[in-house]
Ligand binder design. Structure first.
Ligand SMILES: [Zn+2]
Length: 393
């Protein structure tokens, strides 16, 4: 779709990264002379990819025109498929969200119905009439293993029956626009890199705490997917030898004791054993229906059992994270995903164990920050995935 050259692409990406930039700033950052940069900007403007975005006084008192990516150049869909929800958004080239559709996946919903709901959300967003420009691509984030080259969602352990779903083929046939598929945690990582707290970092980790637990790894500014696109499975690193059985077939994985699913399982056992009247009340005595969000609510109401579950989960996450930090020496760890909303009830335990197990000399320079992108992070990252072909030559 895009016909940008490598130099134009570098220029466009830099404008996107900075939000607004003058020709002089671009020339300095790219190591090019001003005349060359002016030529590149002219070519990008001719393709309607950049536009003027006000002026700034230079130090020498000269008025400099600022440039920004032209949001209305094109629109994209981002669809985040999780174990408990589908969130679809329509966004312009500046990642401004123009429309959204949310669908809650009830436990036990068959995989074929989930797929038909996903297709229906994509069709509705495409036809919503809120797009400021033609929709040029769709990005889909899925849990579990994925083959991004072929656009196939291989397996999602947390969605029973979901296997070898040829999402690209199905949706390209239906929608008539290019479809990209990737891991949902890597989608969150993209959102942090371009829009969130990872903006200026080349080496950072995004920890995606939700129904499952995933990670996106940025190494030297590049998203590291692994040799078979299966990187980031921190949820299946072992934190409790011979611990509870995991959906992956092993035992004691981080997900079994610290994910939304693991916390809900421990809470259900606690309700059955009479440890929490608050949780029993919140779930009307139906222990199996309890969610990690209920545990958060109960803990914030002062329920000691629920607070203990979150504290313990945070501790296990801290241990796993310390191992990842010792291995990769990132400058920043971003904590994202729905479970991050539990706040200090979870994060106090996380910070404590992270600092206990991260090596001296590595810990001092590590920053830990909460994602500011909220529950839309993954869907936004999916839209950014679809946009990559505009920003790359
Ligand atoms: Zn596992």
């Amino acid at each position: 779709m895009s016909s940008v050259s490598t130099k134009q692409s570098q220029c466009l990406s830099l404008i996107r990264e900075r939000g607004r930039a003058s020709r002089g700033e671009l020339a300095q950052a790219l190591g090019l002379d001003k005349k060359t940069v002016s030529g590149l900007v002219e070519q990008l403007a001719a393709q309607s990819l950049v536009e003027g975005a006000g002026f700034r006084e230079s130090q020498a008192g000269r008025r400099q025109e600022l440039l920004a990516v032209r949001g209305s150049h094109s629109c994209f869909l981002g669809i985040d498929l999780g174990a408990t929800h589908i969130l679809g958004i329509l966004a312009d080239l500046n990642a401004t969200v123009l429309d959204r559709i949310y669908f809650e996946i009830r436990p036990g919903l068959p995989a074929d119905l989930i797929l038909s709901q996903l297709r229906s959300i994509a069709r509705s967003l495409l036809a919503s009439g809120k797009a400021a420009a033609p929709v040029k691509g769709v990005g889909i984030g899925v849990p579990g293993f994925v083959n991004p080259q072929k656009g196939i969602s291989l397996v999602a352990e947390n969605i029973p029956g979901w296997k070898d779903v040829r999402l690209r083929e199905i949706l390209e046939d239906e929608l008539g626009v290019p479809v990209e598929v990737d891991d949902c945690s890597r989608a969150c990582g993209r959102a942090e890199r371009w829009l969130g707290v990872g903006k200026k970092e080349r080496d950072f980790l995004l920890l995606d705490l939700g129904y499952g637990i995933g990670m996106a790894l940025f190494i030297r500014g590049e998203l590291y997917a692994g040799s078979g696109y299966k990187s980031g499975e921190i949820g299946h690193t072992v934190v409790k030898l011979d611990g509870p059985p995991c959906s992956c077939g092993k035992r004691g994985c981080l997900e079994t004791v610290a994910s939304g699913k693991g916390i809900a399982r421990a809470a259900a056992a606690g309700i059955r054993e009479g440890h929490s009247a608050v949780l029993a009340g919140l779930t009307h005595g139906n222990a199996e229906a309890v969610t990690a969000q209920d545990v958060s609510v109960a803990a914030s109401m002062g329920d000691g059992f629920a607070a203990g579950l979150l504290g313990e989960a945070g501790g296990y996450i801290g241990v796993a994270l310390a191992n990842a930090v010792n291995l990769l020496n990132p400058a920043l760890v971003v904590i994202g995903g729905g479970l991050a909303a539990a706040g200090d009830l979870l994060l106090d335990g996380l910070r404590e164990q992270l600092s206990r197990y991260t090596m001296m000399g590595i810990a001092e320079d590590l920053r830990l920050e909460l994602s500011g992108l909220g529950t839309e992070a993954s869907a936004l990252g999916c839209a950014l995935l679809a946009m990559e072909r505009v920003f790359s030559p």
